[in-house]
Design a protein around this ligand. Structure first.
Ligand code: FAD
Ligand code: S2G
Ligand code: ZN
Length: 472
């Protein structure tokens, strides 16, 4: 790896201008640690190009000098993928100045946006065109489209609309040698060889820098109903989602599971959150139905489904939001879990997926093994049931110190990932691998998977300058 020189810095400044270069260590800080302060690094420079051409020139100059680049969007990633290493030789390339919405094409049901567009802005732009862009996650106020693509983000609407991979028709990428690959096609059918865009989606900045994308738009949702339901078990959650899917089909657009522990954390740390029920229950689901019709009979469907669930003992209590304020309050309970965990010491995150029908047995097995081996740890289990995706996070025992708990992180991780493997699951459902799960991927992924990934990496980035140390 090369080192940054004054000459190169000058050349980079000629490309991105004064506004696009951050050398001052103070101003660099927010680019050098992640949202949770779980990862920290050093950088020789932060560059913020404002166009694809500028990105390409920055990449070309750094490639020539052998300087490694760390692409960064909103820096909300949870695996340390956007944080440079400790060498101080790497350059962080932030896409946050590339915020153009290049084209909205309602007739083609597509929108073309640049990588630095914040997800919430994209959702608003779709709404302004009378459409829906359905990707939705807790960090939507700060994560960027480029980061969503690079991590193949999921979130709460995957069960109905899929993840970023499913929502994308084309991408524009600056390759590791600085060439611009224009894959910005808005076609739903294009069978002319390998689906190249899919190589870059989920590549976490290791194969190139995504600078723009053509994304699918959907019909706007004009009615929705939301309920918070107490359940006796996770099996009841799996039965209930099957019931709701049978009754409501594609109208089921949200089904989020939360353990009592996760709700306790939110009630304790997130202002304005109150338990809708007087009684304490072991599990809860947030259910949302939505439809493009203005007056779809959603409440009726929901009540039918819940009625059957009560009869079958699948539901213990339920509240249906009566207005938008109450809908927002229920989602705040769900989306507040991430933040709440940060107030309870280190949160060891395990973003796993297993077949939906295996969720109850996974939780029972993992709970048993963890509590036997690490008495007192607090299991914060919640997630997107429809995708078999659990955030099976672990917080330290009450009253214990951070350090000894963090020292157990690897052993805890192996218990959880061994159980995940036993259920033919994945050790990363939606957050990616970053630096957090690079070693785990080596241990849990099939060797031939890894060999093929390395072949691709070698073919596209032979100098290994694109986000080194991440993913592979
Ligand atoms: P960053 O964190 O900046 O980068 C993430 C990765 O992508 C890094 O490896 C980086 O190098 C790479 N990268 C960024 N931009 C580009 C680019 N233009 N080209 C190439 N590589 C690039 N994720 C989910 O999937 N589902 C959830 O439900 C979810 N909920 C969350 C809730 C909270 C409160 C928080 C803080 C995070 C959550 N996340 C979730 C994780 C995170 O928001 C997503 O991974 C998101 O897609 C990251 O986007 P970003 O712009 O912040 O990317
Ligand atoms: C979510 C956020 C990450 C975590 O809230 O759906 O993806 O585990 C998670 O806190
Ligand atoms: Zn999630």
């Amino acid at each position: 790896m090369g080192r940054l020189t004054e000459t190169l810095t000058k050349s980079l400044e000629n490309v991105v201008g004064e506004a696009g270069l951050i050398r001052d260590s103070e101003r660099m800080q927010s680019y050098l640690s992640d949202w949770r302060n779980a990862y920290r690094g050093e950088a020789a420079l932060v560059v913020r190009p404002a166009s694809t051409a500028e990105v390409a020139e920055v990449v070309r100059l750094c490639a020539q000098a052998g300087i490694a680049l760390v692409p960064q969007g909103g820096n909300t990633g949870l695996c340390g993928g956007s944080i440079p290493d400790a060498s101080g030789d790497q350059v962080v390339l932030s896409l946050t100045r590339m915020t153009q919405i290049r084209q909205v094409d309602p007739g083609n049901e597509t929108i073309t946006v640049e990588a630095g567009v914040i997800l919430q802005r994209l959702q608003e732009a779709a709404a302004e065109a009378g459409r829906l862009f359905p990707l939705s996650l807790g960090a939507e106020g700060s994560c960027t489209v480029g980061g969503n693509l690079a991590t193949n983000a999921g979130g709460t609407a995957v069960l109905r609309y899929g993840n970023m991979r499913d929502l994308t028709l084309g991408v524009e990428v600056v390759l590791p040698d600085g060439r611009i690959w224009n894959g910005l096609r808005g076609l739903r059918k294009d069978n002319t060889g390998y689906d190249l865009k899919q190589l870059f989606i989920g590549s976490e900045g290791t194969l190139g820098i995504i600078t723009a994308a053509v994304l699918k738009l959907y019909p706007a949702v004009r009615s929705r109903t939301t309920a918070w339901v107490a359940l006796p078990s996770t099996q009841a959650a799996v039965d209930l989602i099957g019931r709701m899917r049978g009754l409501c089909g594609d109208r089921l657009t949200g089904f989020e599971l939360m353990s009592r522990q996760s709700v306790e954390f939110v009630l304790r740390h997130v202002a304005g959150c109150n338990d809708p029920f007087a009684e304490v229950h072991p599990w809860y689901v947030l259910i949302e139905l939505s439809d493009t019709l203005l007056d779809a009979p959603l409440n009726e469907m929901l009540e039918n489904g819940l009625g059957e669930a009560f009869e079958q003992g699948e539901a213990l209590d339920a509240v249906v939001a009566g207005n938008e304020t109450q809908v927002a309050a229920l989602w705040k309970m769900r989306e507040g879990i991430s933040e709440a965990q940060n107030h309870e010491g280190p949160s060891l995150k395990h973003d796993i997926s297993v077949p939906v029908s295996s969720i109850p047995a996974f939780i029972e097995t993992a709970d048993q093994q963890l509590q036997a081996a690490f008495p007192g740890v607090r299991i914060v289990a919640y997630g997107h049931v429809g995708d078999g995706n659990l955030h099976y996070n672990i917080s330290k025992p009450v009253g214990s110190e951070d350090a000894p708990f963090k020292a157990q992180a690897e052993a805890i991780m192996h218990v959880i990932y061994d159980v995940t493997r036993a259920f033919a699951g994945s050790i990363s459902a939606e957050h990616g691998l970053g630096q957090a799960k690079r070693e785990a991927a080596r241990r849990y992924k099939d060797p031939l998977d890894l060999e093929l990934m390395r072949t691709l990496k070698q073919a596209l980035d032979p100098a290994g300058l694109m986000n080194p140390g991440k993913l592979l």
